[in-house]
Design a protein around this ligand. Structure first.
Ligand code: SF4
Ligand code: ZN
Length: 457
């Protein structure tokens, strides 16, 4: 790809002024290979904010993403993930919390679920809050989700999971994944994000308790300047624990926060830091190649795209005490070259079976055949929603996700309209978490939003 050094417009979208939240047309431009969101507020003047430190990749992935979403039916019926805001209650008072001020007056009930999630199956239903474990009937909610053939995912600060009886209860209710908020190993990280510097021990106990019950754990790490130096230790820690199946590094979202937390890092910083991990580096190139392959796979085989363009995904494989990057096992560059770029021309599916056939040869060694079978087994498990009696999910894979949520600085309406998650919020089911959330927070003009989603909301 040619290196972009001059100023150029990458795309047009709508954004907001970060000071007054009024909407404006915006341009995404590249300058010296950095990408910026630029808009002009009639009151506050030109607002220009960094969205990526690598404009080449940003532009490439943006084009692919927009094309894929257009190409592969993005109808709301394809929505396969929902966040459910089950309660406002919380046992922490984090200074960075963006759940505060939610308008839920009462906790969600099974009746609400029956009413709004009727017919939703084979989907990820993620319990959010507040703190979902504060809901008096969280077990029943999990049971209801499982009874309806969905995947039950708990997003928790982990405070209640230091109680083995409680963990046993949610395990028996059928929880599939527990995502535990984990900010690092220093008191500083917890003090800044959670307003309580003594949380590490309780988080570690929560992880041990979940592991004891053989639950699948994912660490959810908020990252800003105060803890970016810790992300490699967190990553190594996660790789060493057999029950931790993934880690999500998410840049701090500044919605509702004052400039005191002004964002200074991007997902590129996180990726760059991970590439310098002494114990287990994952290079920037590998992450990008894997992401490209993921997009190509979705395009060529018409698979609905998982996730958002604001995120990067990478796969690792745990084999006993060793962990291998997917890039150590497969020649990602070569496999990428079998499938030509599609974002300029969408009529390219014809040679996909030849490319797939060539790819198969990369699996033809002892280790990779084992991995291919595991991929197939996991695929089937997903297909049967983990409920097929002969197929059990395997935990050998480890997912790395690097995510850069939107806030008033990088708000991008074109992307948010394609948000791959729905949300149950304010007593109704919205087909787009992004739209529902930002409608409320930023008073976005509803008329400008996508009709398709609007009708369904
Ligand atoms: S744990 Fe979550 S919901 Fe509770 S205060 Fe912190 S960020 Fe907000
Ligand atoms: Zn303004």
């Amino acid at each position: 790809m040619p290196k972009i050094t001059d100023k150029k417009v990458i795309d047009h979208t709508r954004s907001v002024c970060p000071e007054c939240l009024k909407q404006y047309d915006a341009e995404i431009i590249s300058e010296h290979n950095q990408a910026f969101m630029v808009r002009t507020c009639t009151t506050h003047g030109v607002k220009k904010h960094l969205v990526s430190k690598n404009a080449d990749d940003y532009e490439y992935f943006r084009e692919c993403y927009l094309m894929l979403k257009k190409d592969i039916n993005m109808s709301p019926s394809k929505q396969k993930a929902y966040n459910i805001h089950v309660t406002d209650k919380c046992n922490l008072k984090c200074p960075i919390c963006y759940s505060r001020g939610q308008s839920r007056q009462k906790d969600i009930t099974i009746k609400d679920l029956e009413e709004h999630f009727q017919g939703v199956t084979n989907s990820r239903l993620c319990l959010f809050g507040g703190e979902p474990t504060m809901h008096e009937h969280v077990e029943e909610i999990i049971q209801w989700i499982k009874k309806n053939n969905n995947i039950a995912v708990l997003y928790t600060n982990g405070l209640k999971l230091d109680d083995s009886e409680f963990v046993k209860k949610i395990k028996n209710a059928g929880i599939d994944e527990v995502h535990i908020q984990f900010d690092g190993f220093s008191e500083n990280a917890y003090e800044t994000f959670r307003g309580n510097k003594n949380l590490l021990h309780i988080k570690q106990t929560a992880i041990e308790e979940c592991a004891r019950q053989n639950l699948t754990i994912v660490l959810e790490v908020t990252v800003n300047t105060n803890n970016i130096s810790e992300i490699n230790s967190i990553f190594n820690f996660a790789l060493e624990k057999p029950n931790i199946k993934g880690v999500v590094f998410r840049t701090l979202c500044l919605v509702d926060l004052t400039s005191k937390y002004e964002q200074k890092i991007t997902t590129d910083d996180i990726i760059h830091t991970l590439s310098r991990n002494k114990k287990h580096p994952v290079s920037e190139e590998e992450i990008n190649l894997f992401q490209k392959l993921l997009y190509k796979y979705c395009f060529y085989f018409k698979v609905p795209l998982f996730g958002c363009v604001l995120n990067r995904y990478y796969l690792l494989y745990k084999d006993g005490n060793t962990t291998l990057n997917i890039g150590d096992m497969l020649n990602l560059k070569k496999i990428n070259s079998y499938f030509s770029d599609f974002h300029q021309n969408s009529q390219k599916r014809s040679n996909k079976w030849i490319a797939a056939f060539k790819t198969i040869f990369h699996f033809l060694n002892k280790r990779n055949i084992k991995v291919a079978l595991l991929i197939l087994r996991n695929f089937l498990t997903e297909k049967f929603n983990g409920r097929h009696k002969h197929i059990k999910p395997v935990r050998s894979f480890f997912f790395l996700e690097i995510s850069g949520p939107m806030d008033q600085y990088n708000y991008d309406q074109k992307i948010i309209e394609l948000c791959p998650s729905g949300v149950y919020l304010e007593e109704k089911l919205h087909r787009s978490l992004g739209l529902a959330y930002y409608d409320r927070r930023m008073n976005i003009d509803k008329l400008l939003l996508s009709q398709e989603y609007r009708q369904k909301d």
